[in-house]
Design a protein around this ligand. Structure first.
Ligand SMILES: *Cc1c(COP(=O)(O)O)cnc(C)c1O
Length: 361
């Protein structure tokens, strides 16, 4: 067997080894079925059990209230940037967007194609290093919704709690921190997340939406872009990503065995603390995000020069730690340490950081 390395990729990202092993065992034939999940009808009883299992698993882990729909869509979080405004924005109403990084900016760009956007806050000035304080938010009580990005994957900036938005539905792109800790789903109108950071493979997008928003959906949308279609047909209007949903089901089981999201949060905080402590213990490394906005999923930091950052990333790869190069738009180093990323990998990176500083500091 080939050795697995420490995979710090921001996404698609590391998947739990027991999940990969079970998928490998099932790849030729699901037990009792004699075919793999990719070869059976999405309307078969077997697949019905799989998608119901994923639905139930997510509902249990996230404590999703009954009046919320759980949808498994396609098109990535990027399609949700468009679907949210298509469904809920109208010409006589604007939506509030809180922008704390590159993904939020992209969400705004799409929304502007469908209606008015009010930038309720934008932390671009400081280089997207923080989430805004509640009293900085310029919220419009008549807004169609308020959109936030709970974790900005590129900058490594994370909301630690939900902003107060009154009765306006809170919409959240949770692609890179969904399932990393418990969240009060009842505070949200709609949560969406591409699966490939913390839930499984790319090609499935999870949408959790309060069903009382459905009457607000605009008429005249293409069938596949109308949330009502997917709620009504329980994500089976057309052929969904059956393989992706199968993996999400296995990831949910793995999370439950691990003790659920509260246990996951403790583990994720401990892992992130190892890295942030290493960053803070020297002037050689500089954290990108402000301490109280630091992400537990994507740890971003700089070295004294870009040359050293390049050297750091390439020597780390040679030492079995892949994916540390920061996003091309911001540079630096980014260590993505999602649920499935082992603590031993964080310890290895801390050891490498110390050695690298000794040699190059
Ligand atoms: C990765 C990511 C996206 C883009 O997801 P796609 O599934 O590739 O469209 C959007 N938002 C956040 C926060 C992300 O991390």
């Amino acid at each position: 067997m080939t050795e697995r390395i420490f995979n710090f990729s921001a996404g698609p990202a590391v998947i739990p080894v027991p999940v990969l092993e079970e998928a490998q065992r099932d790849l030729l034939a699901l037990p009792g079925v004699g075919m793999s999940v990719m070869e059976i009808s999405h309307r078969s009883k077997t697949f019905d059990e799989i998608i119901s299992g994923a639905d139930a698993g997510l509902r249990e882990l996230l404590n999703i209230p009954k009046d919320y729909a759980v949808l498994f869509l396609q098109g990535g979080a990027s399609l949700q940037f468009a679907m949210v405004p298509m469904n809920f924005l109208s010409l006589d109403r604007s939506a509030d967007y809180v922008v704390t990084g590159s993904w939020g900016k992209k969400a705004v760009k799409e929304a502007q194609k469908f209606g008015q956007v009010n930038l309720a806050a934008n932390t671009a000035d400081g280089g997207f290093t923080r989430v805004p304080a509640q009293d900085e938010l310029q919220l419009d009580p008549g807004a169609a919704y308020v959109h936030i990005t709970s974790n900005e994957t590129i900058g490594g900036v994370e909301f630690k709690s939900e902003p107060a938005v009154g009765d306006v539905p809170l919409v959240c792109d949770a692609s890179s921190n969904i399932l990393s800790r418990p969240i009060p789903v009842e505070k949200y109108g709609l949560i969406y997340a591409g699966a490939q950071k913390n839930m499984g493979p790319s090609g499935v997008t999870l949408v959790i939406m309060r069903e009382d928003l459905l009457p607000r959906v605009r008429e005249g949308l293409a069938t596949m872009l109308d949330y009502r279609t997917h709620v009504k047909d329980k994500s089976l209007h057309n052929t969904p990503n059956t393989w992706g949903i199968y993996i999400i089901n296995l990831v949910c089981k793995w999370l439950k065995e691990k003790g659920g999201l509260a246990a996951m949060q403790r583990e994720n905080e401990a892992k992130a603390r190892l890295l942030y402590d290493a960053i803070d213990s020297t002037d050689f490394y500089r954290g990108h995000a402000d301490p109280d906005s630091r992400s537990n999923m994507n740890v971003t930091f700089r070295l004294p020069s870009e040359d050293l950052e390049k050297k750091f990333a390439s020597e780390a790869t040679a030492a079995g730690m892949d994916g540390l190069k920061g996003h091309r738009s911001v540079g630096g180093i980014r260590a993505s340490i999602y649920n499935a990323f082992p603590r031993a990998g964080c310890e290895a990176l801390v050891g490498f950081m110390k050695q690298f500083e000794e040699k190059n500091g």
